[in-house]
Ligand binder design. Structure first.
Ligand SMILES: Nc1ncnc2c1ncn2[C@@H]1O[C@H](COP(=O)(O)OP(=O)(O)O)[C@@H](O)[C@H]1O
Ligand SMILES: Cc1ncc(COP(=O)(O)O)c(N)n1
Length: 514
């Protein structure tokens, strides 16, 4: 008896695969477990046969003693409540009988049988003398999922060559056994009905009704394990769906996407597997912001340690030093605006394009207001070209903008938002302790919304951009971000403090993006 507390409702259906193996992961228990996970089920597996196979074919099969199979089955059911079962490759009559005996003793609520007989590669996976045992097992299940040749064997009739014939044959099998038949049309073309118009239909057929499950045919060789994956999806979905038809429709739609995405996996040179997780493309990917969080934290810490920033924090920074820095900032912003405009040009559209286009405009607006406010008040109004430090930063950004993809440009411009936001938040907290702090308003521009919101949104846009890039682009994104971080620190440290005049309190700052 299972002891896992059958009273409490489990967070996920507990679904068991009873099947053979495929070490290349496309069929058998390996495919079933992926299919279970892809549908949110907790997967378990009992192995009926060890199969040395790959996408090209089966080399050999080892069927463990049936006593060991029974031991595996009992080990599961003695401990775990099984909500649904998917049965696949049975290999021999003895294995089929042992599974039948276990099912009779421990009948889980939902049982799907994929009557595996021949692999996509053409290799036999069921002994000839095991057919009677599989037929006997059918009666113990809820749904059986034969392809056309398997349907013919179970019905003991010739292979159907047209789809209406196949559905009619499934109806006869359903009436004879009392079991629902999910008949699969993937073999229709091989059965000789021609490549046109038929698509890849399936149908859920019971004694009295036929539910069509139409499907487009995908032109691909990635069909290894399609039957395994479909039947496993059906078992995984059924405990959380109202009926078999809902589960089957959903499983079929998912499988179509999995087949279409299979070739991109680049697994094997024969009939490749399907992509069980095609519907979750971001799975396993680390967010770009998480990956560069260390570089951002280092740049923030190093910036806060720069004498210029420390004296900005305690309010003792001489005003002309501040003005000299802002002059460089203004020169920087004019060039940074061009790079943001490039990001807007390359952006996929929508929020990203608008964000960067607005940012490009805001830089020019802020540059103008810096001249009208802070710089106008300096004792000696700073003039002159960009410093080597400013130039180096701008050149780096321009190089990425000229040669890089959208994702790289976003990564390169991000530290300007994020280092300033983080430094701004820290400075604002420090400035709060200083009465009459002369730079409080300037600091607040970067340490509060909307600037901090803009920095966060820029981070999310970088995460979005990073999600689908290849590994080398991702590495260039990280490098561009890290380089910009170093330029940010150098930018804060570029004004020599000794030569500066005394501080001038009461500064006012325009609000806007940096
Ligand atoms: N080329 C294809 N395009 C779309 N769906 C397919 C294709 N080949 C098979 N299918 C679908 O995959 C599932 C398995 O079908 P089938 O190949 O008939 O069974 P099996 O894998 O057991 O031989 C069915 O839902 C079928 O409609
Ligand atoms: C262990 C095992 N079970 C089933 C299949 C059938 O695969 P397909 O779904 O491609 O017919 C297989 N190749 N290997």
């Amino acid at each position: 008896m299972s002891v896992d507390g059958a009273v409490a409702h489990p967070s996920r259906p507990r679904v068991l695969s009873i099947a053979g193996t495929d070490p290349t992961g496309g069929a058998g228990v390996q495919a079933d477990l992926k299919s279970f996970a892809a549908h949110g089920a907790y997967g378990m597996a009992v192995v009926t046969a060890l199969v040395a196979q790959n996408t090209r074919g089966v080399r050999s099969t080892l069927v463990p003693d049936v006593a060991f199979l029974r031991a595996q089955l009992d080990t599961v059911s003695d401990d775990v409540t099984v909500d649904a079962v998917k049965i696949g490759m049975l290999a021999t009559a003895e294995v089929a009988a042992a599974v039948g005996a276990w099912l009779t003793a421990h009948r889980p609520p939902f049982v799907v049988l994929d009557p595996v007989m021949v692999a996509t590669s053409g290799d036999r996976l069921l002994d000839d003398d095991a057919v009677a045992a599989v037929r006997a097992l059918v009666a113990l299940c809820d749904v059986v999922t034969p392809n056309l040749p398997e349907l013919a064997v179970l019905a003991d009739e010739p292979v159907a060559t047209t789809w209406p014939d196949a559905v009619a044959q499934a109806g006869r099998l359903a009436r004879r056994t009392g079991v629902t038949v999910l008949v699969k049309g993937g073999h229709l073309h091989a059965a000789g009905s021609g490549p046109t118009a038929v698509g890849s239909p399936d149908a859920l057929v019971d004694a009295t009704s036929v539910i069509d499950l139409p499907g487009e045919r995908v032109a691909t060789t990635s069909t290894h394990g399609t039957g395994c994956s479909l039947s496993a999806a059906l078992a995984a979905l059924r405990p959380a769906r109202p009926d078999w038809a809902s589960a089957a429709r959903e499983a079929k739609a998912w499988l179509a996407g999995a087949i279409a995405a299979g070739a991109a996996l680049r697994v094997g040179g024969g009939h490749g597997p399907v992509d069980h997780f095609h519907h979750a493309p971001g799975l396993g990917a680390r967010a770009f912001s998480d990956e560069v969080a260390g570089a951002l934290a280092d740049a923030t810490r190093d910036s806060l340690a720069v004498p210029f920033v420390r004296r900005l924090a305690d309010g003792s920074l001489p005003y002309d030093a501040f003005a000299t820095q802002l002059h460089q900032d203004a020169l920087y912003l004019v060039e940074y605006s061009r790079v943001l405009a490039r990001a807007a040009q390359l952006a996929p559209g929508g929020v990203a394009q608008e964000f960067f286009a607005r940012g490009a405009h805001a830089c020019l607006a802020v540059e103008r207001s810096l001249h009208e406010s802070y710089l106008a008040r300096a004792h000696v109004r700073p003039t002159g070209p960009a410093s080597p430090v400013t130039r180096a930063y701008v050149d780096h950004l321009a190089a990425v903008a000229a040669h890089g993809s959208y994702a790289e440009v976003v990564a390169a411009v991000l530290p300007c938002y994020q280092v300033y936001a983080q430094v701004g938040v820290a400075l604002l907290a420090l400035a709060a302790d200083v009465e009459g702090h002369p730079y409080r308003d300037w600091v607040a521009t970067y340490g509060t919304a909307p600037f901090t919101d803009h920095a966060a949104l820029a981070g999310r846009l970088a995460d979005d951009a990073a999600r689908y890039v290849d590994p080398s682009t991702r590495a260039r994104m990280v490098a561009a971000f890290a380089t910009s971080c170093r330029h940010e620190v150098a930018f804060f440290g570029q004004v020599p403090l000794d030569a500066a005049a005394p501080s001038l309190p009461g500064a006012r700052v325009p609000v806007g993006a940096r």
